[in-house]
Design a protein. Structure first.
Length: 83
């Protein structure tokens, strides 16, 4: 089971969120290698995860993969600023 869960992780750290005229933008940093930063918005795809929603203090990602049996697996991962 651990091998399945690994594919469903989001290896990003949310370092900041900025409110634009119509939506939020998130500043994220890759955990490996550290220091690679991105500015993302809703519906962007980063490291095989789609950005579902950005709030004032978190980002919700949707990760899709398949199990060893070929069944689709979907997981939502919420990352808060600084965690």
């Amino acid at each position: 089971m651990a091998a399945l869960q690994k594919g469903l992780e989001v290896n990003l750290k949310v370092t900041g969120i900025v409110r634009g005229p119509r939506s939020y933008y998130a500043l994220v940093e890759s955990e490996s290698p550290t220091g690679t930063g991105f500015v993302i918005r809703e519906n962007d795809v980063v490291e095989s995860a789609r950005v579902l929603k950005i709030t004032k203090d978190s980002v919700i990602f949707q990760v899709e993969t398949t199990s060893r049996e070929g069944k689709p697996l979907t997981r939502r991962v919420q990352k808060h600023i600084g965690l």
